[in-house]
Design a protein around this ligand. Structure first.
Ligand code: SAM
Length: 620
């Protein structure tokens, strides 16, 4: 996609440059930062407020990095930058790194971007910068499609498509109209072009447009604003998060990064005592080509989770491994799903179609089928992830505190209960987030949340000389992870409406039986292990699930949020759900398209019925 001409990146597809041949850095600063008066606006942000910058055309990310650097240098503490950008033709890893290497002054910011970039997925991406003081929401899609799914949050625009003559679809009247529609009152724009039709189009969209001096040899550029004054965004001072599993820890972490003082309450003596307490959990991304809202959410969550893990829990082989995951075409139905996904033509770092020989080579053991290879798949130690997320000076952990009631009192939420000595206890906070898994229904019974408890058991099977060769996670209707410390993780069973947590031999046998779907060799090993199933170790825990498997994430009633029903996908979906909640609580840009947010919203789902029977879908 990217070519070089005279030492500068050039795009042959459009026959245009990503930035001026003179000095791209000076040009971006002149046109976009000064054109939107960002230095003044960043510096005068009030405590808890933020600014949302929108961009058409992410390109090399240079304009983003210029804005990030300026924000970092001049914005007061406890303020926030959201940068929203759209890019249909993203550069590959090397192209981006090479293009950004041109700017040594931006190196520390560019390094953060390059690290996240390898986690990009089609659609919506959300990554944190400067320890969560800034976020990039990058939509990899066509401009018109992306703009349809944004809320009216944008304060300042960088209109940076290629020149209107070469890239007309970035400058159509519907695109310019939509840019105005998704802006806040008083929003500004700047662009390097001064073409008359663009000026008229922006005026028609509602902007007051002026011509100003352009950069370098360009005489003019355009800048402008919408009428009105933006309202100040407000970050709450305090929040209480109920539930110390991965969903609660991720929500607490996202709020703490925004300067909110968080009380994280967990009834058990430690964090990660429930379903997040397994010794290992896999990052399993199950998609289908139809890409319904659940699949879009899972895909966006996957990219987000990988970047979050890179920041918080590097893959060192002890607390996390990026060993890759193979999803095998072990049945006609799975083969169909995989074939359809493979036709999407997505980048190879997301997934690749592999045949049985290639799958066997990747796995290090012989497999009966090919399938999809997710090179970034892997496993983590969930309790470590919870601990790392909950470690922040802004988070007070209250483990061993059982919550009995949650009530709205004078614009605050009051949480009361008993501590481990059975003493009554309470706390108050401006916002509350319920992340207590299947127990959540008792806290807001009137919401009638359609949660079903699901028991799941994993098996820890001792490795053999042959099985030690397994290098990747292998998934069929269950999964098998490579051995660590002499044990393979095999999982997991699903028992709806079963809340008993004792380990059962029958469920070990069920887990082992899935190995037969992977290869004849593993079937043989499983048959031998089944004879000693009584000696196998394992763990059973209770998750919450909902009909359709779409978690309940969002605002339930004013200043009360839920992050619930992640089923078996919590390691992937909890992080982005924390972002959804923290952004909503702080009036910031949501990290997901509007139709996915609507599908996640707990309010719309409360009346679907209480106890579900086995119709619920859970993957794993
Ligand atoms: N802001 C970028 C920077 O600082 O490096 C430069 C952007 S470059 C001038 C324009 C970008 O718009 C290109 O990366 C191009 O791929 C993207 N683009 C072109 N047509 C598009 C479309 N229809 N939807 C989304 N992005 C598009």
């Amino acid at each position: 996609m990217l070519d070089w001409q005279g030492g500068q990146p050039f795009c042959s597809r459009f026959g245009d440059v990503y930035f001026s041949r003179g000095s791209g850095l000076a040009e971006k600063r002149h046109v976009f930062l000064e054109g939107n008066q960002l230095a003044k606006r960043f510096a005068s942000l009030q405590d808890g407020d933020g600014l949302v910058v929108g961009e058409t055309g992410f390109g090399t990310g240079l304009a983003f990095l210029c804005a990030l650097q300026l924000f970092d240098e001049v914005a007061p503490p406890r303020t926030h930058l959201d940068f929203f950008s759209i890019e249909k033709f993203p550069l590959d890893d090397k192209e981006l790194a090479d293009a950004l290497a041109l700017w040594p002054a931006l190196r520390q910011y560019a390094n953060e971007l390059v690290r996240c970039w390898k986690r990009r997925v089609p659609g919506w991406n959300r990554w944190a910068f400067r320890n969560g003081r800034a976020h990039l929401t990058l939509v990899i899609a066509d401009v018109a499609e992306a703009l349809d799914e944004v809320r009216s949050d944008i304060d300042a625009w960088f209109l940076d498509g290629f020149s209107p003559g070469r890239n007309p679809e970035m400058w159509t009247q519907p695109v310019l109209d939509r840019i105005a529609q998704v802006s806040r009152p008083g929003a500004t724009f700047a662009t390097y072009t001064c073409a008359g039709e663009i000026r008229r189009g922006l005026e028609q969209a509602g902007f007051q447009v002026t011509k100003s001096p352009g950069f370098g040899c360009k005489r003019h550029m355009l800048q402008g604003r919408l009428a009105g004054l933006p309202l100040v965004r407000r970050t709450p001072a305090t929040a209480v998060v109920i539930g110390g599993g991965i969903a609660g820890c991720a929500a607490a972490s996202a709020l703490a990064a925004r300067g909110v003082s968080v009380t994280l309450v967990e009834g058990a003596p430690t964090l990660a005592a429930g379903a997040s307490g397994n010794p290992r959990g896999i990052l399993h991304t199950r998609l289908s080509a139809g890409m319904n809202p659940l699949h879009r959410f899972v895909l966006a969550s996957y990219g987000h989770a990988l970047a979050l893990l890179d920041e918080k829990l590097p893959a060192d082989g002890t607390v996390r491994a990026e060993c890759g995951e193979l999803q095998l075409a072990f049945s006609a139905e799975e083969a169909k799903r995989i074939d359809k996904l493979a036709t999407l033509g997505w980048p190879e770092h997301v997934f690749q179609r592999v045949d049985a020989a290639e799958a066997s080579r990747l796995a290090g053991i012989e497999l009966a089928n090919g399938g999809l290879w997710f090179p970034a798949g892997g496993w983590v130690v969930p309790p470590r992830m919870c601990d790392v997320l909950a470690q922040s000076p802004a988070i007070v952990q209250r483990t061993g505190y059982h919550v009995d009631a949650l009530t709205a009192v004078d614009d605050e939420w009051r949480v009361e209960g008993r501590d481990r000595h059975n003493q009554t206890w309470f706390c108050r906070a401006e916002v509350a987030i319920i992340c207590s898994g299947p127990k959540a229904t008792s806290l807001q019974p009137s919401a009638n949340l359609p949660l079903t408890p699901v028991r799941g058991q994993i098996t820890l099977a001792p490795s053999t000389r042959a099985s030690e060769n397994l290098k990747t996670i292998v998934c069929t209707s269950g999964y098998l992870a490579p051995s660590t410390a002499g044990f393979h993780l095999i999982g997991a069973t699903h028992r709806f409406n079963d809340e008993e947590t004792g380990v059962r031999i029958a469920e070990h046998l069920e887990n082992l039986s899935r190995l037969a779907e992977m290869s004849p060799g593993l079937a043989k090993a499983a048959a031998i292990m089944s004879q000693g199933a009584g000696q196998l170790e394992g763990r059973a825990s209770i998750r919450a699930s909902v009909p359709g498997a779409m978690p309940l994430v969002g605002e339930l009633s004013p200043r009360l949020y839920t992050s619930l029903a992640h089923g078996t996908r919590g390691l992937i979906t909890a992080g982005l759900s924390g972002e959804v909640i923290a952004a909503a609580a702080c009036g910031q840009l949501p990290p997901l398209p509007l139709h996915v947010l609507a599908a996640l919203a707990p309010t719309a789902r409360g009346q679907q019925g209480s106890k579900q029977t086995v119709k619920t879908t859970v993957t794993g």
